[in-house]
Design a protein around this ligand. Structure first.
Ligand code: ZN
Ligand code: ZN
Length: 258
């Protein structure tokens, strides 16, 4: 079955294409299932690179409309990609129960440290931050709101060589995924960022082979996410590369969350 549960739309302000454009493209590319997971707004604050809170209802009703309109051609799910911060616990419940979302993807771009500091993993100051990040991801997974962890190795995009903190961060994330039996996403968008020089070699920012080799030695289930920000990316070269890499790594693949 061809599926994708990581799909953005024009609403997040750094992607193009309407919900309908993605549905049409998914059908053109032979997908059976499409899950929308645009960047979620928060009710009290605009953290940037996401839809406005006042767009949320429209996003949901548009997907509901497409769900019934295309019901014979494509199975559509409505979700959001969202960061976990402990003080929004009630909001995650509201999204799932009141707004009736099918799923939430944990897209931990920003995180809260154990000491309560707000951080962005795109700007790690050292690999010490990876450990804080991994604790935040573990706490998020334990909270139980999420159906999968998007790009769990996102921290590896920073310009540091692999060290003991990387071992520790990976260990924490893998332990949480195993304990709570939550799938990890092999994210194709990292490939779209291109190969870059790092202090310990040339590689894609993510997915990082060293992380995924550890996953392949575990029981953790893995799902590929396109993380498309244009309709053409739904199933592009990056997704095909992800499929062959996952096979090569011997990961335990799933193709659906439901
Ligand atoms: Zn995005
Ligand atoms: Zn995403």
């Amino acid at each position: 079955m061809k599926t994708n549960f990581h799909t953005h739309t024009y609403r997040c302000l750094h992607a193009t294409g309407t919900e309908k454009d993605y549905v049409e493209e998914a059908i053109n590319r032979g997908l059976d299932v499409l899950g929308f997971s645009d960047h979620a707004p928060f009710p009290d604050k605009d953290y940037g690179l996401r839809m406005g809170y006042d767009e949320l209802e429209d996003y949901i009703s548009e997907i509901d409309k497409l769900k019934s309109l295309y019901k014979n051609r494509l199975r559509i799910y409505k979700g959001l990609e969202i960061e976990y911060h402990p003080y929004y616990t009630e909001y995650y419940t509201t999204l799932l129960k009141k707004f009736k979302l099918d799923y939430l993807a944990l897209g931990e771009h920003t995180y809260t440290t154990n000491s309560g500091f707000f951080r962005n993993i795109f700007f790690a100051e050292s690999t010490n931050d990876y450990v804080d990040y991994a604790y935040a991801v573990s706490e998020a997974v334990a909270a139980g709101f999420f159906s999968f962890v998007a790009h769990p190795d996102l921290m590896m995009l920073n310009e540091f060589a692999w060290d003991k903190n990387c071992d520790k961060a990976c260990d924490l994330i893998l332990c949480a995924a195993e304990k709570y039996d939550i799938p990890l996403e092999y994210n194709a968008n990292g490939f779209r960022r291109g190969i870059r020089p790092y202090p310990d070699g040339v590689r894609y920012p993510y997915p990082d082979d060293r992380f995924w080799k550890l996953v392949s030695g575990s029981k953790i289930r893995v799902i590929i996410g396109s993380d498309c920000h244009t309709p053409e990316q739904i199933r592009d070269e990056a997704v095909i590369r992800a499929e062959s890499k996952c096979a090569e790594l011997g990961l335990k693949m799933i193709d659906s969350l439901f």
